[in-house]
Design a protein around this ligand. Structure first.
Ligand code: AMP
Length: 397
């Protein structure tokens, strides 16, 4: 941990430039899910409590360096004011921010217009980074979810100002460091989801760092098929059989136990409530051409649960089956509930994130008991791949 938090910063009468992620979904001109806005409240509140003046910078949609008022952050202003319960002034341009109109001077918090209206943002143009840095005395990055991008407001600006992590970034980094950089061992992961092809770097990094890897979902089909199983119409990627075999070899060399499903729920239709059979799975399995493995079966669930019992730390990304359609959510739900119960008993540190994982764990009613759920998506996955996130590195992390 090389980064500073708000606790390390002197903020009295300082202009604090805060990069936040308030890229919230909209429906009929209203914010339909305010989660991201609520999550920045502790940071803003703590900056105010320390006597600082927060100026929020954020992106909204993908305007690609051009002004596009459909993507104006003005739309989130009412929800932001509600969540922060203080006065928020909106400033439309950097020129405006540089002049700082009197009405904005009196506001508790300032929100700058969509920073991606400027082409220098995504290019991480040094002159643009210097220009935004001149608006503040201190830089605080609270947008972990944008930390995998080296943009001016997430990376460039940190080279010009004393910098720290906001509370949300701090919580993410602490949880992720505890799970993968300095975990309590044994440490394991569940990696599920559709495809091996989208998670090669992640799997390779994990087998070299973990004691256990549970492979689930469609990608487990590719691993089984790579060993010789013929899985009918199951989701599988023949172009990645070689990669799958290579990952198994790397795991063996590194001493990481890999758990593949030993049985599955097999159906002939991909739909809610489809008829299914429990089928044993292994290298010599041969399914009918129209059969599909849509979830892990009961023996696999029991194996995974007892493997969890031997772990002190668990990282989770991706569902263990086609969890959106019952009953093919069974393995995901059962395994997630088991991890949640172990966490509740203080026997396990459990960290989950990325893509569909959050909704799968919510569906299982397990999310609340997990030690930490990251909502960061791409940044979480890149962190699991072992990549240095530029926005974190720029904070000295
Ligand atoms: P990902 O975005 O890679 O995490 O993949 C998530 C998607 O994988 C979800 O939509 C699941 O329904 C799907 N999935 C997981 N297991 C299977 C499976 N055995 N067959 C088909 N789709 C699956």
């Amino acid at each position: 941990m090389g980064w500073k938090s708000l606790d390390d910063m002197e903020l009295r009468d300082k202009r604090v430039l805060v990069r936040v992620d308030i890229n919230v979904p909209m429906e009929n001109d209203r914010v339909s899910d305010t989660t991201r806005i609520e999550r920045i409240v502790p940071t803003v509140r703590d900056i105010l409590a320390k006597g600082g003046k927060p100026m929020l910078m954020a992106h909204f949609g993908r305007p690609k360096g051009k002004v596009n008022l459909d993507m104006s952050l003005r739309q989130v202003l009412p929800a932001l004011r509600d969540a922060l319960a203080c006065s928020v002034a909106f400033i439309e341009t950097l020129d405006g921010a540089e002049k700082m109109p009197v009405e904005a001077q009196g506001a508790d918090v300032i929100l700058l217009e969509n920073i991606r209206f400027y082409p220098g943002e995504e290019k991480n143009d040094p002159a643009f980074a210097a220009r935004i840095a001149a608006l503040g005395d201190v830089y605080c990055n609270d947008a972990f979810s944008a930390a995998h991008r080296a943009h001016a407001s997430t990376e460039g600006v940190a080279h010009h100002l004393p910098s720290c992590a906001g509370r949300l970034m701090q919580a993410e980094l602490s949880a992720l460091e505890a799970a993968l950089s300095t975990p309590e061992r044994p440490v394991g992961a569940v990696v599920g989801g559709a495809k091996v092809s989208s998670k090669i770097a992640l799997l390779e990094n994990l087998v070299n760092r973990l004691d256990l890897l549970v492979i689930g979902g469609g990608m487990a089909n590719t691993f089984l098929a790579a060993q010789g199983a013929r899985l009918g119409a199951s989701l599988s990627e023949p172009d990645f059989f070689e990669v799958a075999r290579d990952i198994m070899t790397q795991a063996e060399v590194a001493g990481c136990r890999v758990l593949l499903p030993v049985d599955g729920l097999v159906a002939r239709e991909f739909k809610e409530g489809a008829d299914y059979a429990v089928v044993q799975l292994g290298a010599d399995t041969v399914l009918d051409p129209d059969q599909m493995v849509l979830d892990a079966g009961p023996d696999s669930i029991a194996l995974v649960q007892s493997a969890f019992d031997g772990l002190k730390t668990l990282i989770w990304n991706g569902p263990m089956g086609a969890f959106e359609i019952a009953p093919f959510d069974t393995a995901t739900v059962a395994a997630a509930r088991h991890a949640a119960a172990r966490t509740r008993e203080a026997a396990l540190i459990s960290v989950a994130g990325g893509g569909d994982t959050v909704s799968a764990l919510n569906q299982a009613g397990a999310a609340e008991d997990f030690t930490y759920i990251s909502t960061a998506g791409g940044a979480f996955l890149e962190w699991m791949e072992g990549k240095t996130l530029p926005g974190v590195a720029a904070l000295g992390g």
